[in-house]
Design a binder for this molecule. Sequence first.
Ligand code: PLP
Length: 538
Amino acid sequence: MDSEQLRENAHKMVDFIADYYKSIENFPVLSQVEPGYLRELLPDSAPNQPETLQNVLDDVQAKILPGVTHWQSPSYFAYYPSNSSVAGFLGEMLSAGINMVGFSWITSPAATELEMIVLDWLGKLLKLPEDFLSTGQGGGVIQGTASEAVLVVLLAARDRVLRKLGKNALEKLVVYASDQTHSALQKACQIGGIHPENCKLLKTDSSTNYALSPDLLSKAISDDISTGLVPFFLCATVGTTSSTAVDPLLSLGKIAKNNGIWFHVDAAYAGSACICPEYRCYIDGVEESDSFNMNAHKWFLTNFDCSALWVKWQFLPVENENWGGILLEFEVKVPFSNEASIALHMHDRNALIQSLSTNPEFLKNKASQANMVVDYKDWQIPLGRRFRSLKLWMVLRLYGLENLQCYIRNHINLAKYFEGLVAADSRFEGCKYCLSCQLAHLTWDKPLLGLVVVTPRIFSLVCFRLLPPNNNEDHGNNLNHDLLDAVNSTGKIFISHTVLSGKYILRFAVGAPLTEERHVTAAWKVLQDEASALLGSL
Ligand code: PLP
């Protein structure tokens, strides 16, 4: 790389990106192009001769940006957010600039060590138990996505049990989760060779605000054990993708522990909120889990991709191991090489490594051979890995905890504001009893039936829908589908949908870094106008 060329061109690029952010509100939030639009605009083959950067940027402006859905727009309220920030961007830039591939400690010691430190920092902000931190013999790793995080721990749990029962037991292994769990789990099961019928997505409904019922789980486990199946993995979610349901970690964790099941907690979106003391309660019970993930690239100002995964470190005495019964744990803090570890069966962080490590000759080196270092290649699917911790480090340092907490609280307040707007319009069904909903959530096993209308807002997602005229539910789903299409076609806002208990529900997820109250007010106006037009045309 020629440094003067870099200086000149990178300044131009930064100007281009800064201008993009300055004018981001002028673009339709949801790209309005038709499939295949780009093939018509670009040549069939790559150029023989170099072009100027300006030519390329002109094409980006004229041909690429129209095909971009603007996730950073302040009027983006779809799915879940995918935050960028100056800090996150600078970290990405630095990582791209250094451009090293840190798969083993030796390939860039700073990359491995910074990742361990930064994940310990983040783990402490989340008040994760010491067992999850590298200082407490557990540890964190940055995966590209939550899907990869779930996959690697599922593979670790699978192999842990297959080492004990033999490879033929694979077809008997059972995974549990609620039917609200992200499809990443099903994909992990497919990749992990779990029999499709043994990925048990237990039914949820509005009586638990779509959280997984411990009673249902216990029953499913005992039914499966009685037919010779082997329960081995439970995935709970804090902040489900459809509606931000929170599974009761404490009760679920105890069931998992009593049955020797690996317990994973997926807090991909909502985990960020748990750095605020008032939201930390939603991951109470995480101490019962074996692994935990949250996406810093969703709602934590860290540019995509940055999914944090922690695994707990435990030692199990081999002779007392009982996969079908109570799992005995010892917290023995010994270094890797200590003789004591030979007498113990290690799992969790080590289970991950046992499942995913390879040791080819061309990667051997003194530090790895002596077990003195972490080699993150053994904690993930690919070999190569980026210096992702830089951007998370930048975010943590350039914001500081207090600003990050304010950031989360601001979005939650904006979501409350939107919730109030929905509640004030009798044509819509939202969550009209905020306080009751909060109570209903906190005592999730005793919901205040009849008060929760769609489903409670807990974090910054509001679930709502337009009521069908004359309460004719035959039209309710089509009506809301049409409303979604209509508002997104305006290009003024972008929202998404889900289906809960057979009802088509609109999702309004606040979380883009540039969103202010005026954007929420304007979004509500678009929704109201399109609703009036639809209802008027019926
Ligand atoms: N888990 C939950 C709860 C999610 O909400 C999502 C995405 O929204 C995922 C997992 C998948 O995330 P990723 O795209 O990082 O794999």
